[in-house]
Design a protein around this ligand. Structure first.
Ligand SMILES: *Cc1c(COP(=O)(O)O)cnc(C)c1O
Length: 220
């Protein structure tokens, strides 16, 4: 399928899901280009999507170095030793999930980095992320890191979750985001929620996602 056709279908879904949602904000679509070539990613940009997401350093650099005029999201787990290589080229980091990573970003960043705190809402062992109970404390303790801005929270639902389970995880993330936002912390405006992938973005939008991350359904 052409990217353009996929995009039209996704945009229709976004409208329908927004109509069902009590949150009125149209989410920003991040095209996850980790599976595809630079050429295919370029097609995405030509179709009008200017936010790209990559989960590995190599793919991130490939797209960043070869495609102009895009906002680059790093959505994968970030190894501490890789921070200095890429952090100053990241527009949004979706995977701030530990204090040691925050420390390294503080040390290496030459500007304030927009970060999502990754939350392990489902509590799955295999998932990265801060547990729901610890997000508030973790966020507060980032106040001393002036190179980090907590723009929001991010989560991923487990692959085998039912729609009801997915919905409850997304609801929890949204509530948590609203709670943190209400603290009025200068370093953590926390206005955003990054949730929803190819198989669950409709649910995510209904539950108030402001960034959705779509790979397979858009470029696959
Ligand atoms: C791969 C990936 C996506 C996109 O997944 P699709 O199912 O292909 O849409 C979204 N978020 C993260 C963190 C990913 O690693």
């Amino acid at each position: 399928m052409e990217v353009k056709e996929n995009l039209i279908a996704i945009e229709q879904d976004i409208k329908k899901s927004l109509a069902k949602s009590s949150y009125g904000q149209t989410p920003t679509l991040i095209a996850v280009t980790k599976y595809v070539t630079i050429e295919r990613a370029q097609e995405v940009v030509e179709a009008g999507v200017t936010h790209l997401g990559e989960n590995r350093i190599e793919g991130f650099k490939d797209k960043r170095d070869n495609i102009d005029g895009v906002t680059m999201h790093f959505i994968g787990s970030m190894q501490t030793r890789k921070v200095k290589e890429v952090i100053n080229h990241v527009d949004y980091l979706h995977s701030l999930d530990r204090m040691s990573l925050a420390q390294e970003i503080q040390k290496r960043a030459e500007k304030r980095i927009k970060c999502f705190i990754q939350v392990n809402v489902s509590g799955e062992d295999s998932k990265h992320g801060i547990s729901v109970d610890e997000v508030q404390t973790f966020t507060q303790s980032l106040s001393e890191y002036d190179n980090i801005e907590v723009v929001g929270l991010m989560t991923m639902a487990p692959i085998d979750a039912t729609d009801e389970e997915i919905r409850s995880y997304f609801k929890q993330l949204k509530q948590l985001q609203i709670t943190i936002n209400s603290l009025g912390l200068p370093h953590a405006p926390c206005t955003e929620t990054s949730m929803g992938m190819s198989n669950d973005y409709k649910i995510a939008i209904e539950e108030g996602a402001t960034f959705i991350r779509i790979g397979t359904k858009l470029v696959g």
